[in-house]
Design a binder for this molecule. Structure first.
Ligand code: CU
Ligand code: ZN
Length: 176
């Protein structure tokens, strides 16, 4: 897959110049790896899956989550930080949910939000979220055995090392 980041606009139609057939065939197949997300003790109803599809140079990541703890109202934020964490387990230690997932996956020793594991913010709709995006920050083979964590708050995309994302509310180990 060799996507190009150019889009064109004409006659009220916006077309993206990705190779749609490559993308569709990639995400129609079996993911190269995935993580099944489960809520922690405080959010046992959360469930989700993160699928990773290895392309030529990039990875397509597709995320689907249900039963996020959204608040109601027209000005509710309902955005959640989601990261790949470096640890290989979702175990709890002491009082910190999923503490054994460790910090953000950061093989290049960068500062947040330049960690390879820093993903786009998840936007929820009455507790349901879906997003898909392209990234070249990692290859799938590099993240197998690591973890995906969703946090209670959104990522401020500034504060090192964790974006001030708050409590860990769901976790899953990335497997082939
Ligand atoms: Cu995180
Ligand atoms: Zn980070």
């Amino acid at each position: 897959m060799k996507p190009r980041f150019i889009h064109s606009y004409s006659d009220d139609v916006v077309t993206f110049d990705f190779d749609k057939n490559d993308i569709l065939s990639l995400i129609s197949g079996k993911p190269s790896a995935y993580a099944v997300l489960k809520g922690g003790d405080n959010y046992p109803e959360i469930e989700g899956v993160v699928a990773f599809y290895q392309g030529f140079n990039e990875v397509i990541v597709a995320v689907e989550v249900k039963n996020l703890p959204d608040t109601q109202g027209q000005c509710a934020v309902n955005k959640y930080a989601i990261h790949i964490h470096n640890g290989g387990s979702c175990r709890d230690n002491s009082d910190i949910p999923f503490e054994s997932a460790g910090g953000h996956y950061n093989p290049n020793d960068c500062r947040h939000p330049a960690h390879a594991g820093d993903l786009p913010t998840l936007i929820s709709n009455n507790g349901n979220a879906f997003m898909a995006f392209l990234t070249n920050r990692f290859n799938v083979k590099d993240i197998i055995g690591k973890t995906v964590i969703i946090h209670k708050n959104f990522d401020d995309m500034m504060t090192d090392p964790d974006g001030n994302s708050g409590e860990r509310i769901a976790c899953g180990v990335i497997v082939k």
